[in-house]
Ligand binder design. Structure first.
Ligand code: FDA
Length: 302
């Protein structure tokens, strides 16, 4: 792991800066990768992406909430977002983070919040994806997912290929729609692979495994080499196009997203919005040094 990645991951967890950034509005170039701060601005962006043939998942940014009232408000905001998806008739599902909904305060509070959200989504036939956060919340996230899936089938989660246990966990998640990713957090070598080559290899292995199980698979990556290998695998194994999708973040590799959609693949763009953009944006800077140049350029032009 290089120094700049460590530095930006460290910044992403800084609570003071996170708090301050909520008052700044979208800065440092964040407006290029965050679809505004309101539900309306997000819906307009999503409608435009749908018109271009891209499906979407929308995330009202927020994480690491420690205040009960804030967690309840975040839950209500998710429900309002579901109403908006329904009213705007957009091709879009919901992504969320459990620490925004009270996971760090009280597991039951979080579970009740989630139940209301998934139930509302179910009435509208909208799928809800639980984003996976850092390893300290991993098992609780899976526990909540399994509890919700006893009542609803419109909910799934994310598995990170850097985790050693991902390979075993995916066997228990057969039939559950999953987003597969490499993993965005700084994890210790006790639980996660540290070498990019190992993570990439496991990522491809997990993708092939979940697809071969016949389970819906969202392949979330900007890595064109992985995407090419997935394309070859689905063709060789005659895997139906409706059983998987490629996912990329809004504002990243738009040409590649469009190209895949034009080739007939289902492509889903992850559209974040809201004023709690800081942690999300810092993780994007950590992932790719080129994104830092974008931020510096934007700072200088302000
Ligand atoms: P990676 O950063 O490994 O890059 C591989 C190669 O791809 C690069 O060397 C370059 O050639 C090319 N490339 C990458 N980005 C490019 C760009 N912008 N332009 C041009 N070329 C580029 N993580 C997590 O822990 N929990 C989660 O819930 C999620 N959710 C999620 C949703 C979606 C839709 C995505 C796309 C990602 C996530 N992630 C995530 C983040 C994920 O774990 C990972 O950190 C990032 O996607 C970065 O890894 P990549 O696979 O995209 O490529």
């Amino acid at each position: 792991m290089n120094i700049s990645r460590n530095f930006f991951l460290f910044l992403s967890e800084n609570k003071l800066l996170n708090h301050a950034a909520k008052k700044w509005g979208l800065r440092l170039g964040a407006s290029k990768v965050v679809a505004g701060t309101t539900i309306e601005s997000a819906m307009k962006t999503i409608a435009g992406l749908n018109e271009a043939g891209l499906a979407c998942t929308v995330d009202r940014l927020g994480e690491f909430v420690t205040d009960k009232q804030e967690a309840l408000e975040a839950g209500q905001y998710c429900i309002n977002t579901l109403h908006a998806i329904h009213e705007w008739k957009v091709d879009c599902h919901l992504s969320l983070k459990l620490t925004q909904l009270g996971l760090d305060i009280d597991k039951n509070l979080c579970m009740n919040n989630m139940r209301s959200i998934v139930q509302t989504a179910n009435q509208y036939d909208i799928y809800v994806n639980i984003d996976m956060e850092d390893y300290s919340r991993y098992q609780t996230t899976l526990d909540i997912l399994f509890a919700l899936r006893k009542e609803f089938d419109n909910v799934g989660t994310v598995i990170q290929s850097y985790l050693y246990r991902a390979n075993e966990d995916i066997d228990h998640l057969q039939g559950v729609p999953l987003r597969l990713v490499k993993g965005a957090y700084k994890e210790s070598a006790d639980v996660a692979m540290q070498e990019k080559a190992d993570i990439d290899k496991n990522f491809l292995h997990l993708i092939k495994k979940h697809l071969s199980h016949g389970s819906y698979t969202a392949i979330a990556t900007h890595d064109h080499e992985i995407i090419e290998q997935v394309k070859a695998f689905v063709h060789e194994n005659q895997i139906a196009y409706h059983s998987f999708e490629f996912q990329m973040l809004y504002g990243f590799r738009h040409d590649l997203q469009q190209q895949l959609a034009n080739e007939g693949y289902r492509v889903c763009s992850y559209v974040p919005f809201g004023n709690d953009w800081y942690g999300y944006f810092m993780r994007r800077l950590a992932e790719r040094p080129q994104n830092i140049k974008l931020a510096v350029k934007s700072m200088l032009s302000n």
